[in-house]
Design a protein. Structure first.
Length: 144
């Protein structure tokens, strides 16, 4: 019976290949189909934290500084629905007039544009908002 080893086990085998068996990093990298830099990274992690350090790590960023809050996204979508000709500058002005916390500068050019905004907002708002915003997103997708 053929069984596949986990990524952590494969990394451990690669590390042991260099440390215990005396293979070069290049030979181990070729054998496992990875870059030499990956093998060096595994070796360093293993030396610093042992077997646990070879576990799969998340590539998700710890913060998203340009992320817009869900309530602000909902307000932007509402403003877009009532004023489709308004651009990012006018939306920013209106939100400031309403006393909304200033948006991250990286978000200004994409305020209320694109289906990704609708998809993210639908996950944040309640059932009533979801029903209303869902129709707006569908309408946006059809127009586009």
């Amino acid at each position: 019976m053929l069984w596949e080893s986990s990524k952590m086990e494969q990394r451990y085998d690669a590390v042991l290949g260099v440390i215990r068996d005396g293979f070069t990093v290049t030979e181990v990298a070729h054998k496992f189909g990875v870059s030499r830099q990956s093998v060096h990274t595994w070796l360093q992690r293993y030396e610093e934290g042992g077997l646990e350090a070879l576990k799969e790590r998340s590539s998700k960023p710890t913060t998203s500084p340009a992320q817009i809050e869900g309530r602000i996204e909902a307000r932007i979508l509402e403003l877009r629905r009532h004023h489709p000709s308004w651009g990012a500058v006018h939306l920013q002005y209106q939100l400031k007039r309403e006393g909304v916390t200033p948006l991250p500068s990286a978000a200004e050019p994409r305020l209320g544009q694109g289906e990704h905004l609708c998809e993210r907002t639908l996950g944040v708002v309640g059932e009533l908002g979801r029903a209303l915003l869902g129709h707006m997103c569908l309408a946006y997708a059809r127009v586009r």
